[in-house]
Unconditional design. Structure first.
Length: 295
């Protein structure tokens, strides 16, 4: 059963006898915050044709929906967990100058899948992860158009909760094990370069000597498909940022899977000079060495 509060692990940088402050996060309050953001996004989504679109320096789109979600997360998380700083896709560079000094932080993508949002595909989400000592220990992927949250608490399980629902009604989720009787399902984005996706698929298929089929899914919903038991693996070599991955990493890890780099090592967050994520493999069955097949 999903607990009402998440107790933060000790931070090594704070000393062996000192807990980070606050000592716990109320999960119900976190879900209510995300309920409100989902409602706001759905209102803008219904009228998305009227939204002004700006291009950021990396040419990715920015809308009022991104900014609204960022502002609500910034305000809500500060009230929920006083003293824990936030790394967001929409944070100003000046706000992140000291981020490497933060052993504990929130890492969020206020609107993952802005292009999907604008295109009306329903495949967008709000991603929130809590990072302690470089690893995500708590992650939520809120999917407004599916009317639900996907929450992973590492060591305590992964769950699906309806928007506005109670923690007591959370549905436990598990990644599936490899089934030699069925084709492997590899997740990808329809926007990913076809030649690269085909090469990844052929590498897995050849190394495992097992039929592999491609299934397209948008944004962080790929991680959700893994914990729903709908797919086996999601390899990614195209550039993305740590806030695109952190919540999904916590979710998949909590559901019994793993997210690793192409050397088979767990990803580290807020641990390098760049916030670009390395190529990674999210996998349902953590015993399968996809990294060796793809290296």
């Amino acid at each position: 059963m999903l607990p009402s509060h998440f107790t933060l692990p000790q931070s090594r940088d704070a000393g062996p006898d000192v807990l980070v402050s606050p000592a716990s996060v109320c999960l119900s309050s976190l879900l209510r915050l995300l309920d409100g953001i989902a409602e706001s996004l759905l209102g803008l989504y219904a009228d998305r044709g009227q939204l002004a679109v700006f291009n950021k320096a990396d040419k990715s789109p920015l809308t009022r929906a991104d900014k609204l979600s960022h502002d609500q997360l910034l305000d809500g998380l500060r009230k929920l967990a006083v003293g824990i700083p936030l790394i967001s896709e929409e944070s100003a560079e000046s706000e992140l100058q000291r981020r490497r000094e933060w052993p504990v932080c929130w890492m969020v993508d206020p609107l993952d899948g802005t292009r999907e949002f604008l295109d009306g595909t329903d495949a967008f989400s709000v991603n929130v992860a809590l990072i302690v000592n470089g690893r995500p220990v708590l992650g939520v992927v809120t999917v407004p158009c599916q009317d639900c949250h996907f929450m992973g608490v590492v060591g305590q399980g992964a769950y699906r909760i309806q928007l506005g629902g109670l923690i007591d009604d959370a549905q436990r989720l598990h990644c599936r094990s490899f089934d030699p009787r069925s084709p492997l399902v590899m997740l990808a984005s329809a926007r990913h370069r076809e030649s690269m996706v085909s090469a990844l698929k052929e590498s897995i298929e050849g190394a495992m000597n097992h039929p592999t089929i491609r299934q397209n899914q948008g944004s962080a919903l790929k991680f959700c498909d893994l914990v729903l038991g709908k797919a086996d693996v999601y390899p990614r070599t195209t550039p993305c940022y740590e806030w695109d991955v952190a919540a999904g990493d916590a979710l998949v890890s909590a559901a019994g899977g793993a997210v690793v780099d192409f050397e088979g090592r767990p990803l580290r967050y807020n641990n390098r000079d760049t916030l670009l994520a390395p190529p990674f493999i999210a996998q349902a069955d953590r015993a399968i060495r996809y990294d060796e097949a793809l290296r």
